[in-house]
Design a protein around this ligand. Structure first.
Ligand SMILES: *Cc1c(COP(=O)(O)O)cnc(C)c1O
Length: 369
């Protein structure tokens, strides 16, 4: 077609979401596949959320509450902050895109760790800004290198704590030192999509132990520990001025009615949340022990997923696992050619993963899979 699409848009490589399970199953002729690829909650949907959704199904002729008042007020109570400091979105992806749209643009830069969450790069490019990738130091976000890389063009820094895909974390002490090196006129986005799973008490938690600093934007999501990935609800906690800027450009109904009631109900379902986190911890511990016994190094994690070094081409192992009905994630394109990432599943799913991996690795002996 003879369309003049801006270069910054054409430079974007589309995000590749995992294929739907039923498609994969047909493609590979497998059944009851086990998905450990997207860091989802294996427990299902909170029963309280299910009930809340059912109670609202017959009022879908109405537009949503554009300010998501009930959900926002619950979040404000939960974290002891003002509702002016909260913006909810269609997943935290939405908030990431809105932040980039509002505060970047031609000539401006956003710093981000490499690898980390792909949506940072996509949103920054879509805004016309420049993503500047700062490699990890080993598996950890290199806060010093990020601080060293700030220029007068830098408007935003993305941090992920714990980091995806590595599961590593930074402490409040390290983060405070990092903030002391930041200029006044930028935003530091702290994406805490997995913070509910963290077990190390030294991890920096921007909402439970906040720094009084207007440059910090916290991102949280209902997609992981709260088990509502399909509904798309996330939120940002930020300075009221920053929130006001975002409100100017967000879609007025960016969180649909059912998602609002589901998230509000899930926030109160402490039993479901605790049970899910417990199952994830048990799963991570079980998998770590089994893999260590198999002589497969496991990287420490604060999230519901972890990296393992299968010591051969990870994409080939990934494909062989797929034929066994297990969906993992190869880290080859992330710069870790022999690493797989999986999230913990239910106990039976974890056992099935270990069994399948043993089969895949022994089938091929010492040869490459
Ligand atoms: C999963 C994830 C999110 C959450 O995205 P949603 O749009 O809320 O589903 C955000 N950041 C990171 C690092 C993630 O892995």
């Amino acid at each position: 077609m003879n369309l003049n699409v801006p270069d910054h848009i054409m430079s974007i490589v589309p995000y590749e979401p995992g294929k739907p399970l039923d498609f994969l199953e047909r493609e590979y002729g497998i059944q009851k596949s086990i998905k450990l690829a997207s860091n989802e909650n294996p427990l299902g949907t909170s029963p309280m959320a299910v009930k809340a959704i059912s109670d609202h199904l017959s009022t879908m002729n109405r537009y949503p509450d554009g300010s998501a008042l009930k959900l926002v007020n619950k979040l404000a109570d939960r974290f002891n902050i003002s509702s002016e400091n909260i913006v909810v979105g269609n997943g935290s992806d939405d908030i990431i895109a809105l932040l980039a749209h509002a505060f970047l643009g031609a000539g401006r830069e956003a710093l981000m760790p490499l690898p980390s969450f792909l949506m940072y790069e996509i949103s920054v490019k879509a805004s016309g800004g420049n993503p500047v990738m700062i490699p990890l130091n080993g598996l950890e976000i290199d806060l010093d290198a990020l601080a060293d890389s700030v220029t007068d063009k830098t408007s935003m820094v993305f941090l992920t704590n714990p980091n995806n895909p590595t599961g590593t974390f930074f402490t409040k002490e390290k983060f405070t030192a990092f903030m002391s090196r930041m200029p006044e006129n930028l935003l530091v986005i702290v994406d805490e999509a997995y913070i509910e799973f963290a077990r190390d008490e030294n991890i920096y938690n921007s909402l439970e132990n906040p720094l009084d600093d207007q440059r910090i934007v916290s991102l949280r999501t209902f997609s992981k520990a709260y088990g509502l990935a399909g509904f798309r609800v996330g939120y940002g906690v930020m300075d009221a001025f920053v929130a006001g800027v975002i409100h100017r450009i967000r879609q007025p109904f960016n969180v649909n009615s059912l998602a609002q009631v589901a998230a509000a109900a899930a926030l109160d379902d402490h039993d479901f949340l605790e049970k899910g986190i417990g199952i994830m911890h048990q799963g991570i511990d079980f998998l770590s022990e089994e893999l260590t016994e198999m002589d497969i190094p496991v990287m420490p994690t604060q999230a519901n997923f972890f990296l393992m070094d299968v010591k051969q081409d990870a994409t080939m192992v990934f494909n062989a696992l797929l034929k066994q009905g297990i969906i993992a994630r190869s880290m080859k394109s992330y710069g870790f050619p022999t690493y797989l990432r999986i999230s913990a599943g239910l106990p039976d799913e974890n056992k099935a993963f270990i069994k399948a991996l043993k089969k895949v690795l022994s089938n091929h002996g010492s040869e490459k899979v």
